[in-house]
Design a protein around this ligand. Structure first.
Ligand code: ADP
Ligand code: MG
Length: 727
């Protein structure tokens, strides 16, 4: 029954049709009173894992979050879905806080957001207060902050360990997007939730298109890139505060709405800039890595790294801020080995050689990613111990073919340009020279040379690639230093004399792949209608002083502009429209859609809307909505033996064993409850002995009749659980 109700809340209050990833299992476990640790990538939908149980339980759910600046938006978003939520933090007046306490006492409030320091306030005063009311759940958001191994350690978080001591009966759910194994272990230990069920989701973000470009002329390239994305929101990361400031100013000069964000700005300015960005008043934030943690802006369409992040974790987290709404989004990295070398200087952890080496290794892998010629997503997921069996088809390398061709003539042109101009010029000059540029920078004496302009038929970008290729093959070399020049090598002469053939790589975009980009909406949408709908949204957002996505996300507007709902009933079929939002906003949006349809002679296309995913295989459920696994679990927990359960359910014992084994991996049953200690020991030894050969069949063969498949599976599940925890 629980899950059926959870689904109903998902639809009616949040407007969504189906759960994502582990949301359903995590909610189920919380409702059973289990402690849980939930690992899901940024944008995966962690919040619902505690918000839905909060709505289904008596009492208050306390949400601990380090992100004071975002609490108001989070609470506004909940209220806009008809959820009774509030926050307590230092930004409020005394009067406001009194009102929050009153609403807690009245018992109406379902969710309360607080910063961790609130829990420590004047001894245990706040804890005592919590003891005086009914608490249903503690949710620890951004739980990696508890670990000093994490990238964002907050000492206040350590104190959260006392929650379990003060409230042993109340479940804790910890949530994070950090997959690091040491962090995971710290979370479990420091929160005292050693028996927590663990929910690890895939970290794949299928709607993000990864691109890496060589870092040269990057400013010009960036302008070109942004020009094509004028109405879209994006984040541009730079390494230093000064480059953030100057880039933001330069972009404003180019008429882009861009603001800077870094730790050197005063708090007021930072908050203001962040708010303007969240509210879509400003499209681009240029920032250091200080920006972004917990930013719940769902329509970030692109993330650009002008400088190299120091490891894959950072890169993945920062790019992960794009496309939370599931729509196609971009991640662009400008890469050079120069950056790797520069960052090596920062990788040193003073007095800790081992740690320094870890940092350097991570940095090198980041460099490897920059140079990669194969599927980038495969590489990234592999880094996080996930396997992708096929190339993703949604990154630059997957949509590009590298074709070899006879480039001898091109090579001769390039090399003679270098020779004729005296080996004293850099790449850009040589390319302008080859292309016959009229720019003043080209010296007059060079304009009279025969080579001037002989490469005009080849684009600038292609010339860059060819030069790079010639350098990497050793036909040319590039000097070190601030103004590197291109010079000839011992291999140049043979090419110039035409005695050596040169192969070059031609880069081609696979058009067919480009067209089939992943998106939750596969039908065309009416862009002009979408723009009109955005205006309606902006009007509501301004009126209510909330970010636009709190009204409706971009994904919802895209669905409006695709399926053209023309009445309330059709409106409710759109993802993101729940009961309250229907009541609040539908009329205004409907009016715009109706007008649009009338003018353009269109009808509703709601019938095109199919359930987003292939429906999962149906599971059998009892009258209370428990699936068959949970029925077995319940019976087992109430003391029935496997044989008894099998008997009473009319199923084979082996089937019941299969059911229960699943809960060993999630930690809800311990292996001891299913297998005697001595047998478990034997099975463990067999697994270790067989090592990589340890399939269930082999282990069984090795041990013989006395050990059932179920017992073996149980011990293997235990192994998997520990491996997950240690990962
Ligand atoms: P996280 O905290 O994991 O980064 P959020 O909880 O902020 O992610 O959710 C990210 C976005 O995904 C939000 O806009 C949220 O409304 C949306 N979302 C969450 N769950 C679902 C779902 N089951 N179906 C559709 N959208 C969802
Ligand atoms: Mg979150």
């Amino acid at each position: 029954m629980n899950i059926a109700r959870a689904k109903e809340i998902l639809k009616r209050q949040f407007g969504f049709d189906s759960f994502r990833m582990n949301q359903e299992s995590a909610i189920e476990a919380v409702l059973r009173g289990k402690d849980c640790v939930v690992l899901m990538p940024t944008g995966g939908g962690k919040s619902l894992c505690y918000q839905i149980p909060a709505l289904m339980s008596d009492g208050l759910t306390l949400v601990v979050s380090p992100l004071i600046a975002l609490m108001k938006d989070q609470v506004d978003a909940l209220r806009n879905n008809g959820v009774e939520a509030a926050f307590l933090n230092s930004t409020q007046t005394a009067q406001e806080q009194v009102e929050v306490f009153q609403s807690i006492r009245s018992g109406k409030l379902k969710l309360l957001y607080v910063a961790p320091e609130r829990l420590l306030q004047s001894g245990d005063q706040f804890i005592d207060f919590l003891k005086s009311i009914k608490i249903s759940l503690f949710a620890i958001d951004e739980a990696h902050c508890i670990s000093s191994w994490g990238h964002d350690f907050r000492p206040e978080y350590i104190q959260l360990g006392k929650l379990k001591r003060h409230f042993p009966e109340i479940p804790i759910i910890a949530l994070t997007a950090t997959a690091d194994k040491l962090v995971r272990k710290d979370i479990i230990e420091r929160l005292n939730v050693r028996n927590a069920a663990l929910f690890v989701s895939s970290f794949n973000r299928p709607n993000i298109f990864y691109t890496v470009e060589p870092k040269r002329n990057s400013y010009a390239r960036l302008l070109e890139y942004l020009e094509k994305r004028k109405d879209e929101s994006g984040i541009i990361y730079c390494l230093s505060r000064s480059s953030v400031d100057s880039l933001a100013a330069d972009l404003r000069d180019e008429n882009f709405k861009a603001l800077a964000y870094h730790a050197g700005l005063d708090k007021q300015t930072r908050d203001k800039h962040q708010e303007l960005f969240l509210k879509d008043e400003v499209k681009i934030i240029v920032a250091t890595i200080a920006f972004g943690m917990g930013i719940d802006k769902s329509n970030v369409r692109f993330v650009v790294h002008l400088d190299l992040p120091k490891n894959i974790e950072s890169y993945y987290q920062e790019t992960g801020r794009a496309g939370r709404d599931g729509l196609q989004s971009d991640a662009l990295l400008f890469f050079s080995w120069g950056d790797v070398i520069k960052l090596k200087g920062f990788a040193e952890v003073e007095g800790n050689q081992a740690q320094t080496e870890i940092m350097l290794k991570k940095l090198n892998l980041m460099g490897k990613f920059g140079e990669l010629k194969t599927c980038r997503r495969k590489f990234l997921l592999n880094y996080f111990s996930e396997e992708l069996t096929e190339d993703c088809g949604n990154c630059d390398n997957c949509t590009t073919v590298f074709e070899r061709f006879d480039g001898s003539v091109i090579a001769q042109k390039a090399l003679s340009a270098v020779a004729r101009t005296g080996q004293r010029f850099g790449l850009s000059y040589l390319i302008d020279f080859l292309r016959g540029s009229q720019a003043k920078t080209i010296r007059d004496e060079h304009k009279n040379l025969k080579t001037y302009g002989i490469g005009a038929d080849i684009s600038k970008n292609n010339w860059f690639d060819y030069f790079k290729d010639l350098i990497s093959q050793g036909f040319l070399a590039q000097t070190e230093g601030q103004y590197p020049t291109i010079v000839l090598t011992t291999r140049s002469e043979a090419v110039l004399h035409g005695t050596e053939r040169v192969e070059l790589i031609k880069v081609k975009i696979k058009e067919d792949k480009k067209a089939s980009l992943v998106s939750e909406v596969s039908h065309e949408y009416f862009k002009d209608l979408f723009d009109d709908l955005k205006k309606v949204r902006t009007a509501f957002a301004r009126e209510e002083n909330v970010p636009p996505y709190v009204v409706f996300s971009d994904a919802t507007l895209v669905e409006f502009a695709t399926y053209l709902p023309l009445n309330n009933e059709e409106m409710l079929k759109i993802s993101g429209v729940g009961d309250l939002k229907l009541e609040k906003y539908a009329a205004d949006f409907l009016e715009v859609i109706k007008d649009y349809c009338e003018i353009n002679n269109l009808e509703s296309r709601i019938s095109l809307k199919t359930p987003k995913r292939e429906p999962k295989k149906r599971t059998k459920r009892d009258a209370d909505g428990n699936d068959t696994y949970n029925i077995s679990l319940k019976m087992f927990k109430s003391g029935a033996s496997i044989a008894e359960i099998a008997e009473s359910r009319g199923m084979a014992e082996s089937t019941i064993e299969t059911h229960l084994v699943r809960f060993i991996q999630s930690g809800e049953i311990s292996v001891r409850e299913m297998v005697s200690d001595s047998k478990a020991e034997d099975i463990r030894n067999a697994i270790l002995k067989l090592d990589t050969e340890a399939t269930i069949g082999r282990v069984k063969e090795f041990l013989g009749e006395d050990y059932s498949y179920g017992e073996i599976r149980a011990v293997i599940a235990e192994f998997l659980r520990y491996r997950n925890m240690a990962r």
